[in-house]
Design a protein around this ligand. Structure first.
Ligand SMILES: C[S@@+](CC[C@H](N)C(=O)[O-])C[C@H]1O[C@@H](n2cnc3c(N)ncnc32)[C@H](O)[C@@H]1O
Length: 244
């Protein structure tokens, strides 16, 4: 049996439903299979579990790109295309990239779609004006490599806006957030979609490096003015930067 077949064999059908978080190739396979499975109800669960705050966070990210209309902006790990729709509404030309065929099939944004691993973008150097990424950083196996890939494809002066879940500074908000995402969200997920996938969500925050580390890696990748913003009390974080 070849390496790829071996790896598929090791990763069980619901490998995201385990006590330990997967790493390396197992993580890539688990993430892709999980999003294929939850794609049909992904938007519904998102809206319910965030009380539609996710809509506001994405719009803010697009606004803070501060790019002129008609900019070519790639949305990486685009999922069902929410950011692409916001980019189009702001007058930009979005392109959608995701590893999951299920998520790409559920994309109704109308943006051109590409199935790709965003750690290896099928794009020439300095070919786009901007990039967005919503709630996917923790799903990647090598975050510094993703930042380097952004530095490679975004033109000098181009902008990036990257969203993901955050860890609130306030102990009270952190406590409430942990209970909500640890106990309530998996129940909503189980009712409407896949409980295991929504149990994975709070656990997967452990993959994210602290903001200072992400800023250092972004600066090293050529976004020397990289900034970190906390949204909604820190339950979400937004990284912004300009390619120098
Ligand atoms: C939580 S969803 C976010 C979707 C969308 N950006 C949003 O804001 O709702 C994470 C997405 O990342 C995608 N993804 C994870 N790892 C990826 C990779 N290495 N390359 C491309 N897409 C990836 C998944 O397929 C999934 O669609």
């Amino acid at each position: 049996m070849g390496d790829a077949a071996n790896s598929l064999h090791r990763v069980s059908k619901r490998s995201w439903d385990s006590e330990t978080l997967p790493h390396g190739d197992d993580k890539v396979t688990a993430v892709r299979q999980m999003f294929d499975a939850i794609a049909p109800r992904y938007d519904l669960v998102n809206r319910i579990m965030t009380f539609r705050l996710d809509v506001r966070w994405r719009r803010k990210a697009v606004r803070l790109l501060e790019l002129p209309p008609a900019s070519t902006v790639i949305d990486l790990a685009s999922g069902t295309g929410d950011l692409c729709a916001d980019l189009a509404r702001s007058g930009h030309r979005p392109l959608s990239f995701d590893i999951s065929f299920g998520m790409l099939a559920a994309d109704r944004s109308g943006a051109p779609r590409v199935q790709a691993d965003i750690l290896r973008l099928p794009l020439p150097g300095h070919s786009v004006d901007g990039a967005t990424c919503g709630f996917a950083l923790r799903n990647l196996v090598e975050l510094p490599r993703f930042f380097e890939e952004l530095g490679r494809v975004v033109r000098p002066g181009g902008r990036i806006a990257l969203l993901d879940v955050g860890v609130p500074h306030s102990r009270v908000i952190r406590w409430g957030n942990n209970i909500y995402f640890g106990k309530v969200v998996p129940k909503i997920g189980a009712l409407l979609s896949d409980g295991a996938a929504y149990r994975y969500l709070p656990k997967s925050v452990a993959y994210l490096p602290p903001p200072a580390q992400m800023l250092a890696d972004l600066r090293a990748a050529g976004f020397t003015d990289a900034e970190h913003h906390e949204l909604s009390g820190g339950i979400t974080q937004l990284l912004l930067g300009t390619r120098s």
